[in-house]
Design a protein around this ligand. Sequence first.
Ligand SMILES: *Cc1c(COP(=O)(O)O)cnc(C)c1O
Length: 379
Amino acid sequence: MEFRDLKKQYEILKPGIDRNIEEVLACARFISGPQVKELEQRLAEYVGVKYCVTCGNGTDALTLALKVWEIEAGDAVFVPDFTFFSSGECPACEGAAPIFVDVDPHTYNIDPDRLEEAIRTTQKEGKYTPRAVIAVDLFGQPADYDRIREICERYQLYLLEDGAQGFGESIRGKKACSFGDIGTTSFFPAKPLGCYGDGGAVFTDHEEWADRIRSLAVHGKSKTNKYDNLRLGMNSRLDTLQAAILMAKLDAFEQNELSDVNHVAEEYREALKELPLILPEVKEGFTSSWAQYTVQLPKGADRDLIQAELRKNDIPTMVYYMKPMHLQKAFEGTDSATGDFPVTEQLSQTVLSLPMHPYMTPEQVRYIAEKLRMALAES
Ligand SMILES: *Cc1c(COP(=O)(O)O)cnc(C)c1O
């Protein structure tokens, strides 16, 4: 069994994907071909924002947003403690201090009460200037943007939505990557909408920022001339092949994949409801794109043993994430590593992500549930 079955997806989408790839090969505009612009327009429309700028990956997308806001040394950027490394790495690479914040045990997303506390403490200490919040849509569910937005306005902070795992999700019909002042996503193959290599995108309604991001992504070029460099930038583009592949995959994502993966989540909920697990909770009015289906094992269960048992039965599982951000060696000895993070510390011990993708069958879900039941009984 595959954790995320990209082979099966390709078998099904092959005619459209192959046709799009051949078109790019035939016209040979491998960088900035017409498909890139076309994809950006489609993505902006899908997300419901004015501007989409594609780039090399989801990490660069975060960096481009921070650069546009001139986040730098002396600034504080608030980041959930339970997330993929990039969310904290990017502000640190700009010289800012990522200030980690504990998460909500039910949604796995940044806890707005803890966020406000961290902002106040940072203000009071006076060592860093609070500038921005990076809220992550972990495992596919949007963060609590009603409250986070209000907090950002109260303290005049930029809101950056790291939607790398959340593309397609929504709150009361409003789509992921539209909740921040800037939103970003990743097209890494295993993300909800993935390409066949690295890729990413930045979303915003702010015209001037969109222009500046376009410039920063191509060596700080001017609007009309690539060899007229206005500022220091990066080389971070989505290549034409990836754009063409994404176009075929976006069709399937809109037509059936997003609803199918939600169906699989319902089947999981039904199949796992009698087991001693904490199942992922989607808030009222929210939807998830189910980048991961992550359960919490009972405290004290032997996770390694459970994973080994499942592996014996051809069921791959993953631990997202085994290490809180504040315990990563990269942040050792920095102000980022200090604070209280009881929820993240517990989650990092108990979470287990099960196979999850739109092409899973009900039989597969039931098989996983049965083997997990047996493994839990033994552990
Ligand atoms: C995957 C991911 C990223 C980084 O995306 P890449 O395309 O791999 O650079 C950033 N943030 C989160 C939360 C992610 O899951």
